[in-house]
Design a protein around this ligand. Structure first.
Ligand SMILES: [Zn+2]
Length: 402
């Protein structure tokens, strides 16, 4: 039965579709009054169309995996729609329900991509790929979990992180999609973009923290109401504007990528920002914020060979830090540039960033990649291109450690 639903805070069409087991396209078709994906507001009436469930009778020789591939339905969705069904003991003649296909992929570049999507996708990836290990490396100011994922058995370690800046959240979706594709390649032994990723992961494991600033991302995507614990401060810090699309900082108004103990005082003087705000305030002291502490501790404990921090925008590759970077950094930046068409940039006047601190502490290659081009937050239309360029860089990094 179709029914009406009154939207609440935090709802997006994508989230509503997912909660009701229907496709985004079906939901949009049932609601022609909603012209744009991001144009819904709390209290709006949305028509939830009937789930058009198909049925299927198990044939001789069928496996659930085959059925999933035939109808483009993910195995976890099939199992969820048919509770009690044992995939190892399918009986010929059994009637099963075919849930709507949302493709075989877990991570969908449906936007906006927030903390809710990240958690759900990480859970689904773990179900589908039990070898994927996850851990919580800390909590944001508002108590959201900072989730790390580890893939592969390799004793060398490559670290990727993203979305330390709130309005750069597209990078979280990009790393989640890449994690999914690497899991699939690892599970099946298939090539990824023509490279033997599964084999490489036996030498070098991937350590990924896709969303370092979930509170800030929620603020950018959902705005605030008087119930927000930092309502008054956030409005003041944002010059009384309810438009938080330019917000980069965490929920304390601290720029997390200006928080690391690498000439922090000089960065503070250079920025000249006295107090909390949308961007560029480095905090009262280095590592004053839980998100920065979490990634610094995680990095210290893990002994990474190389780190890459993903940002938007500019199509640039930063690889130096005060001449402390090792000799292999420049040729690596060149390789990344060749595969991505991004531009290597050296000797910028900047301190206290994550990669700056990593290079200073470990004298190993550290990179900041400014992906995409335009005004943050970048539009969904850039996802395929950014995904391709970022994947090429990460694959090149993996190859270089073999
Ligand atoms: Zn950034």
């Amino acid at each position: 039965m179709a029914f009406d639903y009154v939207t609440k805070r935090g709802d997006t069409l994508y989230r509503i579709a997912r909660q009701n087991g229907i496709m985004l396209g079906e939901l949009m078709a049932a609601n022609p009054q909603v012209e744009e994906l991001d144009m819904i507001y709390p209290g709006q009436v949305i028509r939830i169309p009937d789930r058009t469930l198909r049925r299927y009778i198990i044939q001789q020789g069928d496996t659930l995996y085959d059925i999933g591939r035939r109808f483009k339905i993910a195995l976890d969705d099939l199992l969820r729609a048919n509770s009690g069904l044992d995939p190892r003991r399918l009986r010929v003649g059994t009637l099963i329900v075919l849930p709507p296909s949302r493709g075989m992929d877990v991570v969908s570049p449906a936007f906006p991509y927030g903390y809710v999507e990240l958690r759900e996708d990480m859970g689904l990836l773990k179900q589908r790929y039990p070898f994927l290990q996850t851990e919580v490396i800390g909590q944001s100011v508002l108590g959201k979990e900072l989730i790390a994922a580890k893939l592969g058995n390799g004793t060398k370690r490559l670290h990727l992180n993203a979305a330390i800046h709130a309005n750069e959240w597209i990078t979280a979706a990009v790393l989640m999609k890449l994690l999914e594709d690497c899991c699939e390649a690892y599970a099946t032994g298939r090539m990824l973009r023509g490279r033997p990723v599964g084999q490489w992961l036996e030498t070098t494991s991937l350590w990924v923290v896709p969303m370092l600033n979930p509170d800030g991302i929620e603020l950018v995507q959902e705005g605030i109401t008087p119930q927000h614990p930092y309502y008054a401060q956030l409005l003041e810090w944002n010059n009384d504007s309810y438009d938080f699309s330019g917000w980069k900082a965490n929920i304390h108004g601290v720029d997390l990528n200006d928080q690391f103990p690498a000439h922090w005082e000089e960065e503070k003087a250079r920025r000249g920002v006295a107090g909390p705000g949308p961007r560029d305030y480095p905090g009262a002291a280095p590592l004053s914020e839980p998100e920065a502490i979490a990634i610094a501790d995680y990095t210290t404990a893990a002994n990474f060979q190389m780190v890459i921090a993903f940002h938007t925008q500019g199509q640039e590759i930063y690889y130096t830090y005060r001449g402390l970077e090792p000799p292999e950094s420049a040729p690596l930046a060149e390789r990344f540039a060749q595969v991505s068409t991004y531009r290597p940039v050296s000797n910028i006047e900047s301190d206290a960033g994550y990669k700056d601190w990593f290079i200073q502490e470990y004298r190993r290659p550290g990179f900041t990649i400014e992906s995409g081009l335009g005004v943050n937050p970048l539009p969904v239309s850039q996802f395929p291109e950014i995904y391709r360029q970022v994947s090429e860089i990460v694959l090149e990094a993996l190859a270089s450690t073999q």
